[in-house]
Design a protein around this ligand. Structure first.
Ligand code: PLP
Length: 414
């Protein structure tokens, strides 16, 4: 339940449960069958699971048989990233995995591949086409994994173009689409992806459930969880019926509400960004020149310490996060910003992510707090010219800045 005195801006970490999902889960929790049992109770549980599967399939323009439920995106990524991908009993790819350098750690670590190579991204957070081309030229039937939208910057990748290039090189494309639903179109066919990962809790479903969607002719011959024959033998373990029911209901709500929700979030996000830049003209919004999710802003003011800023926002009733989700409770430099070449800002970026329930009041509250928290940062002389970010005219048209020396952290001069 949302707290009236709090403003929640961490929807990319997890979105509050949608009312539809909660209702579906409560109903399912009242049931008592195992979805694999043949009796009436089991059949009722099975019907709930299959209805949810149809909703998840509809969300991405797939057929229900293409959907495998997992415990979330982390497991779906691990399931997808294996050399044991087959069609008609024939191995489709070699033993090489190419991943973009800004992927979620569950992709970056390469799943079940032994050889993982990273693809560079540009200063705007988009896949570097030259790096992709060079790697594809050298690789033999690689599996390529590129996220649909980045969880920190919100930058949306040109997935269709990447898919065409990967297919032309004889490879397959997996996309981690965890941040897409309810925000942008996630049609697997239009995107040209062969495998796609989803996570329910990023768009109002419960935590602990997700899915891998496969092209219908693709088979994964190597399960992560081995045991019973659930999920057509691909993912053993009794289906979490209530969680899956919530996932299905959230998928339906996200599909039907997306256009209106995305438009509203984008207009609030634009108001937020113009307010941030008006208050602190030297603030930097990462990926602002690239296509982005309508709900995400990653902002830094040089010299701001994200770790202390997040605590200060929290004391002001506002939940934001650092660019990198801090699974250990500690803010670490963002590997995404580092990959984009913005090392200087990797510890000072604040991620503000909105959702369908964000209000204009929330935005005003955040802007007030921003002035208190980030407006205090002293003027800096930057020793490292972070050229991609701070050009001659400053970040994205901001004031002109002076750079001195090189290779050092920023120094506070007053
Ligand atoms: N992939 C992306 C892009 C994410 O943002 C997240 C969320 O942290 C994950 C994967 C992991 O999702 P899950 O919590 O469902 O394992």
């Amino acid at each position: 339940m949302a707290q009236p005195d709090r403003a929640y801006f961490d929807w990319n970490a997890t979105a509050p449960l949608r009312a539809e999902a909660r209702e579906a889960m409560l109903k399912a929790l009242e049931m008592q069958g195992n979805a694999s049992s043949v009796h009436a109770e089991g059949r009722r549980a099975r019907a709930v699971v299959e209805q949810a599967r149809a909703e998840v399939a509809a969300l991405v323009g797939a057929q229900p048989a293409q959907v495998t439920f997992t415990s979330g995106a982390t497991e779906a990524n691990t399931l997808a990233l294996t050399p044991a991908i087959e069609a008609d009993g024939r191995r489709l790819i070699g033993d090489q995995l190419l991943v973009s350098a800004i992927e979620h750690p569950s992709v970056l670590n390469g799943g079940r591949f032994e050889r993982v190579e990273r693809l560079a991204v540009t200063a705007d957070g988009l896949i570097d086409r030259q790096s992709l081309g060079e790697r594809l030229n050298k690789a033999e039937h690689p599996l390529v994994s590129v996220m649909l939208a980045n969880n920190e910057t919100g930058v949306v990748q040109p997935v269709r173009e990447v898919a065409d290039r990967v297919h032309a090189a004889g490879g397959l494309l997996h996309i981690d689409a965890a941040q897409g639903p309810g925000r942008i179109d996630c049609n697997i066919n239009a995107l040209g992806a062969d495998l796609m990962t989803l996570s329910a809790h990023k768009f109002g479903g419960p935590q602990g459930v997700g899915a891998l969607i496969r092209r219908s002719d693709i088979h994964i011959a190597d399960q992560v969880l081995k045991g019973g024959g659930q999920e057509r033998g691909l993912r053993a373990g009794t289906e979490a019926v209530a969680a899956i029911a919530g996932f299905g209901a959230a998928a339906r709500a996200a599909r039907l509400g997306r256009d209106a929700e995305a438009k509203r979030m984008e207009s609030l996000r634009n108001r937020l960004e113009s307010g941030l830049l008006a208050a602190t003209p030297d603030a930097v919004i990462f990926g602002a020149r690239a296509p982005r999710l309508p709900n995400t802003t990653l902002v830094a003011r040089p010299g701001l310490n994200a770790e202390t800023a997040i605590i200060a926002f929290d004391l002001n009733g506002i939940a934001v996060s650092s660019g990198s989700a801090c699974s250990s409770g500690k803010v670490t430099p963002s590997h995404v910003l580092e990959a984009m070449g913005h090392n200087l800002c990797a510890k000072s970026a604040i991620r503000i992510s909105l959702g369908p329930k964000t209000t204009e009041n929330d935005i005003e509250k955040l802007l007030e707090a921003w002035l208190k928290v980030a407006g205090r940062v002293s003027t800096l002389v930057l020793k490292t010219p972070d050229k991609a970010l701070f050009g001659e005219r400053g970040p994205y048209g901001g004031p002109k800045r002076t750079f001195v020396g090189d290779q050092n952290e920023p120094t506070i001069t007053d």
